[in-house]
Design a protein around this ligand. Sequence first.
Ligand SMILES: [Zn+2]
Length: 465
Amino acid sequence: MKTFDYPQLQLQQVTTLPADADCCIEWRETSEHALINQHLNGERRLRQLLPSGVLWSFGKAPKTVSEFERLTLARAMVLGAMRKDDRHLVLIADDADHMQALLSAALAAQYELPTFKKNQPAKRELTISLLGPIDAETISLRQAEAEGNAYTRYLTALPANELNPWSYRELIEELAETEGWECKVYRYKELEKMGAGAFLAVARGSMNKEASIVRVHYKGNPDSVDTIALVGKGVTMDTGGYNLKTGGSMFGMNGDMNGSAVVLGNMLAATRRGEKVNMTGWLALTDNHIGSGAYHANEWVRALNGTTIEVVDTDAEGRMILADTLTLASREHPKAVIDYATLTGACIAALSTRYSGVFTNHEPWFLPLIEAGKQSGERIWPFPIDADYDENIKSNIADIQQCNPGKSSDHIDAARFLSRFIEPNVPWVHVDLASAVHKGGLAHVSTDITGFGIRLTQNLFKMLF
Ligand SMILES: [Zn+2]
């Protein structure tokens, strides 16, 4: 399998302009005290090559922009200025917020998604110098987030013949070993014995019974019993199953495991920083295929917590595999369960791919969730999950119906469905990742696969602890 090649990056804080700089990006509120003025005789342009060979990019922006706008501007500046063979990048700002945005954008731009071309890009080595207000704490946070984000994008970009339920499981086992995480795999046979019928309904169609649920645990704070559980949908290829995806709609469905990649990216970021939190990651790994054993409409299955489900549409597989995984996660009574899933087209219809949708059974978190999205530049917006939406998923033969095709509120129905698998009194947040893929990138990230959810979650930790 293609490995994760994270570039060699040197970061340093400087007080004067380094002599060997290749590229300078300067961002100020006004141009009055701009450093570039010292290098110019005549007119200042936004981007210009100095006689010394240094490419200098200059931008002005008020301090009052939102974090999302700030990151978007920073990305435009970095992409507009940096050349492929630059070895020394200098970031200059007079404001701490602008500085950290430039750093985030510069770091995000260094990671190239995996390709399988004959000619592979040379490994990049880059020094980034920071000239302006930024503290060591912020630098380490942005570095950890950037690596977590790159890891999420790497996994999501891997084609389905590289990343499948068994190679993914092995990759996670190896990662856990390297990072010092506990790791427990619930394999197919064990899940059968446990009665995880909702997960297995989908996993039945997956080759060689290799689907599994993997639990990884990072113990950042041994003195505390508090843990946050992160749950991720890991469908390595979604064909739709017998409700087969048609036309071009199957293309890109190797990315339907993005939720699980967000979980791993977050755990990696926390581990890199030695974050003093305890985190448990739950990865639901399968693909959704046709085959003689695959599930189909008008079956009923019994989930791990005893709830019976009437199957309606095999393409609504995400909520099936999450159901039992959420039960496992919430039975450990963590401080919060947060799940991430590329779950519904309805959420994209409601928000487009610019925001992701969020739901919670813990009402006091509504406003803090919006705020965490705003502050991180990874924007989320809450939807209701009132009980009367259950009318949409009422079944005549089982406790609950899987979904109600054609209903415009499928994202809400899905959240109502998932809420049935959370143990009582466990606060829960469900993120429907509408913005996992956004054409042209989002905020500081310039690839279509955004890796959305790392900055957001690192921000949520502040809210939860
Ligand atoms: Zn599907």
